[in-house]
Each structure stands twice: as C-alpha cells, then as structure tokens.
Design a protein around this ligand. Structure first.
Ligand code: UDP
Ligand code: MG
Length: 318
C-alpha cells in the first residue's frame, strides 16, 4: 500500500464513565504502536460518539481530546441507541478516515484483532467482520438466546454473519455505500452484508465487560431482536398468510364434521371444542394483527424519514 492509511476507531458510548479511562489507555497504546510501525497514518484517531450519556462520559471525552490529538469525537443531542450512534460515528468519520473500525466501549472486543483486520484490508477487503470464537464470557441465558436469534433470522432470510456483533472494519467506500441505505429502522448487522465488496472474517475471543454494567438489559435485547427480524424480512407476514390458509382449510373440515353431527342428531355436544377454537383463533388473530401492526409502524416511521441522529458537538470542528 502506497500512502499510509488513516484509521478511525469509532466507539459509541452510553454512560461509560467507569470504563472509558481503561479503554482510552488501551487504544492509545495500540494506535501509537501502529503509527510508529507505519501501519497507519499519523492522523489516525480514536473517535468516540457520546450517545446522550447522563453521566460524565462527554466531559471525559473532551478532556482526552484536550490532552491528546489522538482522541476526538462527537456528541449526539440525546440517546439514540447503539446502532444510530455507531452510524453517526461512521458517517462523520468517513470524511477524514480511509479505514474505520467500530468497537464497543467496554473492551469486550479484542483490541489486538485490529492487526489482523488491517492485514485483511491490505489484501483488498473492504469489510472485515470480527467474529467471536467462543461465548464463554456470556451467561447461559444470553448464549442461548443469541443462538436462537441467529438461527431465526437466517431462517427468515436475513444474512447475518454468525457470532459477529458490531466489531468490524469498513473502508471508506463501504461506509459511503452504507450511507445509501436510508432506512430509519437501522439494523447494521443485517445491512452491511448487503453492501457486497470483498469481505472476510477475523476471529477473536470476546472478554467480559472491563467495567460498568451492560447497557443491553433483557428488554432492549428483545426489542433489538424484533427490530432485526422485522427490518430484514417480511417472511413473518407471509408465514401468517399460510397459517391463515391452514386454519381456514381446517375449519372447512370442521364444517363438514359439524354438519354430519347435526344430521345424526348429536347437536349440543362439544362445548369444549368450541371454547378451544375460540381461544386458538382469537390468539392467532391477535398475533397476526400485532405482526401487521409492527410492519405498518415501520412503514410509518420510514415515510416520515426523521433524522436518525443529530450531532450537538464535533470536537474536530472547533
Ligand atoms: N451503547 C450506546 N447507546 C445505547 C446503548 C449502548 O451507544 O443506548 C453502547 C455502549 O456504550 C457500548 C456498546 O453500545 O459501547 C455496547 O453496549 P453493551 O456493552 O452495554 O452491550 P452488551 O455487550 O452487553 O451486549
Ligand atoms: Mg458489551
């Protein structure tokens, strides 16, 4: 590679004051050594995105920026969620960076995997997925629900990279392509594989969170999974149609059966079967309505095309 490439490590942060010091120190060491070895250009940065934190996260980022030009970042006007924060970071960084690596603030992603990612980039890959090679650091519950989620989305036609979260390298042109995907309901893991270009994976082992608590409690995890599935696929609605066809066919048989019973004079039997079908069909209808509502809600949000994030402050523009 001719000229040294500029790398921005983009890190969304939501209430991460407990871990920020550790993370910034670790990344400072890494980037400094990469710069010294001429693997990346001197203008490379650790680029924080403060996602409307309520603690001192932004103050700490500003302090880091004052003390060293290696650190910079932006601050969103309010909490917009991990995916939007990451997008804000990538789209802002791409004006200056040739290469962007996104990672979490809690050091769960292996900083040393950056070397392997850069190797892959140098052999011509535009997107390099960080894929964890074990889930030992996860709880039993998280491990299994995550497994279920991947299976389900792939079954429904999403193209997720197995065991890949949002630790990935993207070239500038890949991020520019990502910008063309204008959806408000953003699920980056599902969209990035749609971009194309030459891609590869780099394995790493995921550590436990370095400090602080997970910002993804069960409720957020469930809504994240729902978001993922309904953003990527309309199969659930198609399944619903088939379910409707099946239930209707069944009811035709029931009709014949009931008529036969009527003719043979057994009219007032079967309270239980009636009660059961009322519940079953009522349940199915509610499920169906809910699911359709889910998609209509999405259409509503997409049609409005509200901004996905707003930047309040950019440390690189002062
Ligand atoms: N995050 C964010 N906005 C949010 C929630 C989380 O920017 O509303 C960031 C968080 O600071 C972290 C990353 O997203 O850098 C992943 O969150 P976390 O580590 O809490 O998730 P987990 O690893 O437990 O799934
Ligand atoms: Mg984490």
């Amino acid at each position: 590679m001719g000229q040294e490439q500029i790398l921005y490590v983009v890190i969304p942060c939501y209430n991460e004051e407990e871990v920020l010091k550790k993370t910034s120190k670790r990344l400072e060491e890494k980037l400094t050594s990469l710069i010294q070895n001429h693997r990346i250009g001197k203008e490379s940065r650790v680029f924080f995105v403060d996602d409307g934190s309520k603690d001192d996260t932004w103050q700490m980022i500003k302090k880091l920026h004052q003390d060293s030009p290696l650190f910079s970042g932006i601050c969103l006007t309010r909490n917009r969620g991990h995916q939007n924060a990451l997008l804000a970071g990538l789209l802002t960084a791409k004006d200056k960076a040739d290469i962007m690596i996104s990672m979490d603030a809690d050091l769960q992603d292996d900083v040393d995997a950056i070397d392997a990612m850069l190797d892959a980039y140098e052999t011509g890959c535009d997107i390099v997925y960080g894929v964890r090679n074990n889930r030992d650091s996860d709880s039993f519950f998280k491990r299994n629900t995550a497994q279920l989620f991947y299976r389900l989305t792939n079954l429904l036609g999403g193209e997720l990279v197995y065991n890949h979260a949002d630790f990935r390298l993207m070239s500038r042109r890949a991020v520019k392509a990502l910008e063309e995907y204008r959806e408000v309901n953003l699920f980056l893991r599902g969209i990035v594989p749609m971009i194309g270009y030459k891609t590869t994976v780099v394995e790493y082992s995921r550590s436990p969170r370095a400090a602080g608590k997970s910002k993804y409690p069960l409720k957020k995890m469930v809504s994240f999974a729902m978001e993922g599935i309904t953003s990527l696929s309309i199969k659930p609605m198609q399944v619903l149609t088939w379910l409707g066809v099946a239930v209707f066919t069944l009811s035709l048989f029931m009709l014949v059966y009931i008529f036969a019973r009527h003719l043979t004079g057994h009219t007032v039997v079967g309270w239980s079967s009636v009660a059961v079908s009322v519940w079953a069909i009522g349940g199915l209808q509610l499920l169906g309505l809910g699911l359709i509502g889910e998609y209509i809600g999405k259409i509503y949000l997409e049609v409005k095309a509200r901004p996905r994030y707003l930047i309040e402050e950019n440390l690189e523009e002062e």
